[in-house]
Write a protein that binds this ligand. Sequence first.
Ligand code: GLU
Length: 486
Amino acid sequence: MVVRTRLAPSPTGMMHIGTLRTALFDYFLAKQSGGKFIIRIEDTDQGRSVPGAVENLLEMFEAVNISHDEGPFLNDDGTISERGDFGPYVQSNRLDLYKKYSDELVAKGFAYPCFCSSERLDEMRKGQVALKQTTKYDRRCLSLTAADARKRIESGESYVIRLKVPEGKTEFDDAIRGHVVFDHHEVDDCILMKSDGFPTYFLAMVVDDHFMNISHVLRGEEWVSSTPKSIIMFNMFGWDVPIFAHLPLILSPDKKKLSKRTGDTAVEIYFKHGYLAEALVNFIGTLGFNPSGDREIFTIDELIESFDLNKVNSGGAVLNMEKLDWMNKQYLMALGMDDIALRAAPFVSAEMTDVVKRALFIERSRVSRLTEFDDALRPYLELQAYDPAILVWKKADAADACAQLERMLALIETLSDAVFSAVDLLESAVKEYITREGLQNGNVLWPLRVALSGQEKSATPFETLWVLGKETSLERLRHAVAALKT
Ligand code: GLU
């Protein structure tokens, strides 16, 4: 079987992380067998469409470096173009197709026109609620004769087309949830075509999934109850039914349904918070699915290779933000000096000088997110005012701190540019001196580190020497000596 998966978002806002997870699973599944992953924009509910939503979706795809095979693409100038073997994948461009298949269902007696006003439907629903019945269309218009219905349509009366749900039940094997059964008593004669000529999701999805040769429908579990309607229609048309897989909810860190109130829902916000695309793909792409028990870090190729729809957990997947921070740190640690500068640049207010680049390289092991760099850089760019008492190591006194710093001043004056070119050379030079002079590490390294950084907690003195360079290092040491002497 040729695997063809699709992401079918409605453009109702910024891309949601649940959408990203569905997209990643779609992508892993398609790519592991050389299949195709496509994007289809489901904009048939025009009132809910939000300007900029499609652009945001495509930008997020670019940001995570995932490309789809067919459907809408973002041009360099920000406009949207449509490519694909099966025509443009924006549903509002395909209205004639849906009309054709709605007409076919009506002609075959599988669907019928309904003229009920919204007031009547409201009344009907209230009555059903009062009687504690399932709320669904009571089929009043099903009893109209074809001639009557035609007359009312010709006279210009507004109407919709409804699915005539047959007697019986629908059963299917969900790749994640297992065997699912729906009795048709629970299934509503849903609207397929609205009075404005737009199809509803129910009809458009079936027509599109058929003509786009979709093999697997992956989507959030909130869509399970619409699956019998889809399967009923696939059968009415005599079309193959795709494999369905309903992904469990993503839960907020406090295990509630993820919403704007309980956590960050938009993919874009995660980038704004300083997460790297690779970390986000690793994190979201393993939400509810882990290729192996004892590992957390996977490249996208490894995820593609090991993805298994049948191993996706059916229980809700909780967002563990500490884990995301940890993962992000692993990816930060793997970046080289130029890469880290490139990634951090949008988050850093300082000019990207060599000192800043070196500081970023050192500090990447001490931060979790790119947004933390601006604060982390400050002590390198300018010595912050500090209490000279912090220069004194716990097992020493001010006089000793001062004496050690004066020794360091003298030593560092003598160090060549070559020694300043690498942290480990600086470390060896200082440590050899300590051994040669019979000194104690703590007595020397504590005041040295604090004098260089101006901070009680900071990177090692060798790292800080390397970042600051010889001149600034000497200045800071002189400043510390002077502070201890006053
Ligand atoms: N348009 C639906 C949504 O916005 C897609 C459901 C599906 O994938 O079938 O989530």
